[in-house]
Design a protein around this ligand. Structure first.
Ligand SMILES: Nc1nc2c(ncn2[C@@H]2O[C@H](COP(=O)(O)OP(=O)(O)OP(=O)(O)O)[C@@H](O)[C@H]2O)c(=O)[nH]1
Ligand SMILES: [Mg+2]
Ligand SMILES: [Zn+2]
Length: 385
């Protein structure tokens, strides 16, 4: 057996710490109980694409013990520790030492995330695996962590659809939050869908008003489902957004009803939920793991802890995809650096006047564009606003 070369069999110390998870202990958590695993996707529920298959074959061809290599999916992360499903089994896995060695800033996105296809090594007689390599991602939903430049966290890999969840019945739905979620989804190449939860908490008038506002913002391309998990309404509309073979991730603030919605889709109480604070409707950060479940009659959906903030940094491509009519019209503005607020010869404002651009969409787009300019400036003093 060769001694040189690969770091075969060695596991990164403190691998979990490097995922940035809070509350880190180095103790590998036990396997979730069987009833929890019952809802986990099996290997065949997730789709291996050509590029992933090729990369896996190439990795095996170069490996010392190709027979120990398996293609698997990361279907769950508990405090940063992955749970992997292969065609044969579901098991805990650790990170190969190569992950600890990588340039933290540059390669942080390469740490295994939920939804990743991975090459995982299982040594004979072991019940744990070692993730040796993350296979190419079709898409990766990334969030800026805002500490050091370039530090991003992949919340879910190989996502086909992002379900943007916002709760009704606690004042106006925050359009800004929905718009920035759509930008992040578009930036990574996933389709989006909006789910307005807790419809039972508002009357008909408020419901009509809020759904109209949201429709105005998102336009005709993005589907909007209105649900009430409490009375079981609109659940099939969500199911229809995630076709079998597809992967969706659910994105929304703590207390928005994400886990409750997934339980409604599953038909039983698989995921823990807890009441929001009566005073301000704030959630209690109940969900702490990133968990994928297979939804009957649909695809796979990843639940996740609620996120307080979704900073936008360098997501211009996503912005252009969500607001293409603004980008298109801006080509006709007299000034290259037109801010579409007051300048003469502004083609964007002209289109708002004649009704071809919706004002609500323009406002949302400009606010996010401004935020991205400011964040770019604060990171790099050479960037001029
Ligand atoms: N009235 C009403 N309450 C709901 C509905 N859906 C969820 N809730 C309640 O909202 C509270 C929070 O729900 P969760 O599903 O735990 O919220 P979450 O988005 O998963 O929150 P985190 O895990 O903390 O991110 C619970 O008390 C749910 O019962 C609904 O359709 N109607
Ligand atoms: Mg939850
Ligand atoms: Zn303009």
């Amino acid at each position: 057996m060769a001694k040189k070369g690969r770091n075969k069999g060695r596991v990164a110390k403190g691998g979990a710490r490097r995922t940035g998870a809070a509350d880190v202990s180095l103790e590998v958590p036990p396997l979730p109980p069987a009833d929890v695993l019952a809802d986990a996707p099996s290997f065949g529920d997730l789709r291996v694409d050509e590029a992933q298959r090729r990369a896996f074959d190439a990795f095996c061809a170069a490996a010392e013990e190709p027979g120990e290599m398996h293609l698997g999916w990361v279907i769950r992360l508990d405090r940063g520790f992955p749970l992997v499903a292969t065609a044969e089994a579901v098991f805990r896995a650790e990170h190969a030492v190569t992950f600890a060695k990588q340039d933290k800033e540059k390669d942080a996105g390469l740490l295994p995330a939920v939804g990743d296809a991975v090459a995982v090594r299982i040594a004979p007689g072991h019940d744990r695996g070692v993730i040796e390599c993350v296979l190419p991602r079709r898409t990766a939903f990334e969030r800026w962590r805002g500490r050091a430049r370039g530090e991003r966290q992949v919340l879910c890999a190989n996502v086909d659809r992002v379900l943007v969840v916002a709760a009704l019945g606690a004042g106006e739905v925050l359009l800004d939050r929905i718009a920035r979620s759509l930008v992040l989804a578009a930036d990574c190449g996933a389709r989006a869908g909006v789910v307005l939860t807790k419809a039972d908490r508002c009357g008909a008038e408020e419901l009509a008003c809020e759904t109209t506002r949201v429709h105005e913002l998102v336009g005709d391309e993005v589907p909007v489902a209105v649900t009430s998990s409490a009375v079981g309404e609109g659940i099939d509309a969500v199911r229809a957004l995630v076709a079998p073979g597809e992967v969706a991730m659910i994105l929304g603030e703590s207390g928005a009803g994400k886990s409750t919605l997934l339980n409604a889709l599953l038909g039983h109480e698989a995921l823990a939920t807890s009441a929001v604070r009566a005073r301000d409707d704030a959630g209690r950060h109940t969900t702490v793991a990133r968990v994928m479940v297979k939804v009957p009659g649909a695809g796979v959906i990843a639940d996740a802890p609620g996120l307080r903030s979704l900073p936008l940094v360098g997501h211009e491509r996503g912005l252009a995809r969500v607001f293409p009519e603004v980008v298109e019209a801006a080509r006709g503005c007299r000034f290259n650096d037109c801010t579409h607020t007051h300048e003469p010869g502004c083609a964007v404002r002209a289109q708002v006047e004649d009704g071809s651009i919706d004002e609500v969409r323009l406002e949302a787009c400009l606010a996010l564009a401004r935020e991205m300019r400011v964040s770019a400036q604060s990171l790099d003093p050479d960037v001029k606003g």
